[in-house]
Design a protein. Sequence first.
Lengths: 190, 962
Amino acid sequence: MQQISYISIWIFFFALIMRVPLISQDVYVSSKGVIHFESDAPLELIKASSNDLRGALNFSNNEFAFIVSNRSFKGFNSPVQQEHFYENYIEDEKYPKSSFHGKIIETIDISKNGEYNVRAKGFLDIHGVKQERILPGTINIKNDKIFLNATFVVPLKDHNIDIPRVVYQKIAEEIIVEVQIELSPKTDER
Amino acid sequence: MIHLRLFSLSLILLVILKASIAQQPFFEVFDLEQQENGLQINILEQSAKDYLLIGTNMGLFTFDGFTFQAVPSSDSVKHDIRSIYQDSRSGIWFGCANGLILKLSEDSLQPFISEEGYPSVPITAISETSDSIIWFGTYGEGIYYWDGKRQYNINTDDGLPDNYIYDITGDDLGNCWAGTDRGLVKCSIKKMKKEVRIFGIEQGLNDLIVKSLSSDSDGRIWFGTYGGGIGNIDPGDHNISISEHSRDWNFGSVEKIINYGNIIWAGTAGSGIVELNPASGKIVNWSSNRKGQVFNKISDLLQDNQKNIWAASYGLLIRSGGRAYEYIATGTIKEPPAALLVDKRKNLYFANNEELWFSPNDNGVCTSPVKVGLSSIPNSIISLYEDVHGLIWIGTFGDGIIIYDPVNKRDILIDDQHGLINGNVLSIDGHSNIIWLATLEGAERIMINGNDGIFNGDFQIDHFGRNEGLANNFVYRVFIDSRDRVWFGTDGNGLFYFDNEKIHAYMPGSDLDEMVIYSIAEDHNGHIWFSTAEHGIFSISDTIIHPGLNEGVLDGDIRGILTDREGKLIIAYGKRIDVFNTSTGHHLNISNDMAQALEGLNMNALFMQGNEAYFGTPDFIFKVNTSLMPYSFKPPSVITGLKVYNERLSLKDNLSLKPQQNYLSFDYTGIWFMDPSLVKYKVFLEGNDIEWQYTDNRTASYAKLAPGYYTFRVRTSIDGSFKDASEASISFSIARPFTSTIWFYLLLTLGIISLVLLIIKIREKNVKRIQNLETEKILFEFETLKSQVNPHFLFNSFSTLASLIEENRNMAVDYVQKLSEFFRNILDNRDKDLILLEEELKLVEHYIDIQKKRFGDSLIVVTDVSDEILKTLVPPLVLQLLIENAIKHNIISPSKPLEINIYSSQDKLFIKNKLQKKLDDPASTGLGLDNIRRRYDLLAQKRIRIIKDDKSFIVELPIIKR
């Protein structure tokens, strides 16, 4: 099942990046992307981030997606912690990617510079569990560049990530995730 | 062609309008634009505390019948409120035009915060499904729902036909129904999966554009469309039924539907309020009231829990009692009717002077009255009655009685020529073929044979007057009860009844004998009620019951009484009409602002049919349906505000106030929207008041409340009886100031105890000191006396005296005098604690003189004391003792004279002598010095000092000042 969801996202990416010259002026892909998460538990603050975030936004139909490889998260407090994250919690061998795929509810005029509050409605896919979400964020249009920023909460329970009782005090039940993507119009030179 | 059609359409409309205007409910109009220019009401809701919530483009208002109160919002913005919903947990939600969602909390609007943020388009409707999910319909972003944790969205991507939602409503099965431009939509969430089902023309809708939704008590979902009228759908089997009258709907867009009794009221965008009666198929609309105030564009309708129907139109808030209170216009007829009758087909007859008017009933609505053409023109019509055959009996003032056959349009006059004794027919009643008349000369009984006997002359008239047992010839009222007894009300001779072919006085010998009886009625229990000219009303069952002022019934000016089928008694006075619920004892004044009109109410101009009462006034006929009234005439009591020193506090129970917050005032309201001026209050502050305080004020203030626990209670009543009155209460406490807390007292007691203990201790110490001093003094005295009378001293003195007697008699005398002087001084001073140093020195001088006689110049005493020190105090005989000591212990001889110095330096007194100890120095007991030391300690808490070296012995005495 989760295999299919990745396929759909990949198809979307493929469609966005590889072809469709007709609407290419509406398609923006990430030139930079950072995802950062924080687990603020009573006993330990765990932080990690990845620069391997890729995103895309199609203004013709407001479609929006981002995807990140779970193995790319770095910056843990210790190598052991990182190992636990990969193997016990996110289980990256079984579920190598985390992603979001949806549509922005508001309609935005990309020809106008400025900051817009937007909400993206879609599916957040973490640990093989898809959850429908509305993610609030901001879009900042500066000429040809679009900066997208979103902060949201991921309850581990929603994605079937179990915390062993022993480390209950060390891992928060809700993880705060921040996504920053810089998007540029997709160029079609090749 | 088109013009012609338009013309004929407008003609039809005009006819409809004219026909429908003859009877309509009362609409009371409040203009909210007076609050703020440009204000428009979007939405109405009733809060759990019974007051109205009014959502406008300029914020939220509450209305308690008296005042419109703006509800503040935490961001001080006057939000454009488009939707209000009170959920099953009494949380109140508000949706704004800018997409903001608010909730009411502690009397102010607070933003509803969720991680997902707010829609960016207007929130048109809010509802809830049985699974406690809150739904939001938006104009542009589809539907949102909130499951208590998170917001989700349903839009065209999920199968919604359109993202523009006009209205939503939740049903009992967990479905949310939505109206869109593209049909009616059913949404539900099953195991986190959205299900959307669309109903359009193919499924049976009469118009694809669904503007409004509501659910009725049976759970059916009613929908109002843009152009196709209204219909409903069963949420279970999806069976759609369209109201018959919607086939050619010409009232425009339906903005709101309410189900009210068995009828439907629809608020329309251009034709005001449209009433549909599914039973009769009748449809009427009203867009203005009697005063000409227009409300053609309805934005919302609401039925409250007191059976009022509210409507909003632009800035106007409109209240109506629905079909419970209606008026029937009598057109240009301005004379108050003398008699009124509603026949079995609910056609209305009323008469004034010589004219009889007929207002035919068209499916529940009385149409414009027309004159009934009678062949015999009476002088004045004063009574009307319909018999079993549908014939109308018309009683006249002096001209006998006319019987009118409305079917065959014929009439006949019965008067003295037919044997009628008196032509003044004040009242008519009958059963089957027997008709009774009340006249100014007794009662007449007309017995008719066959259906048409009256017109064929086949009838018989019997007279009942004084001779037959009716004490008075003036009979005002005749009434036949359910047991076929005929009752007569007379002018000053009380009540009579006809039973077993005989007339009997009712309770002869009682007060009733002299009463003037105007009207008689029978209630649902078969009890007879009657009203009198000056003594109020009575009821006859096993005993006579006379409800008086205590029950809210006035004695005078009663025009008549009526009874309905549910135990309500209607009492019509000259200026008001009361409905008296005989089972609850509550009164309801229903005349509102009609006092003036009712002044012209004639005794026969009130009529009851079933639960419908009619009253003929000069301007209109007032119609009341008692079964549509609220069951209980009890206004709910609500505490609306609490102020401490004019500062508003939020209303919370068990409030804790500081000791100085003791000036309180409470605002409260008894909500009775129909006529708020009727509401009376009584308040009681438990912990302060001894008894309930009765008041018309809606504020109660209390000053200088003592610390303690209080409960403020308020009860309301619309008839002043306060029977089973509803109560609102709020408890609070005023803290004790610290000075009256138990801790304070504890501390105070502790303080007092320790103080007392301290005093006791000090006293004890003092007493002990005084005791010690006493002991010391006695000891000292003893010592002194002992030393003075010690054999050596006496022996020495006597041998000196003996030698003196031989040598010089005069000197001997002098010596004895000095000796006695010395002893007297000792005796004089021994009792005193302290003496002046001066006196002590004098005493010492005598002593030295005595001693000098013995030692001659070998004893040298030098005194050098400053005048200042001379005035200080010393314990008596201290210096004497010290000198005596010096003499006792040292060698005194011409070769070794003893020099004693008494001198002062600064604040000290010194007694110094050369140290030249005798070889046979008597062992010093040290008693003397020790005694001196202790005396100084006890008397002045001062220490003496002894400075002793090889050459001298010095005693340093401290100074005791006076």
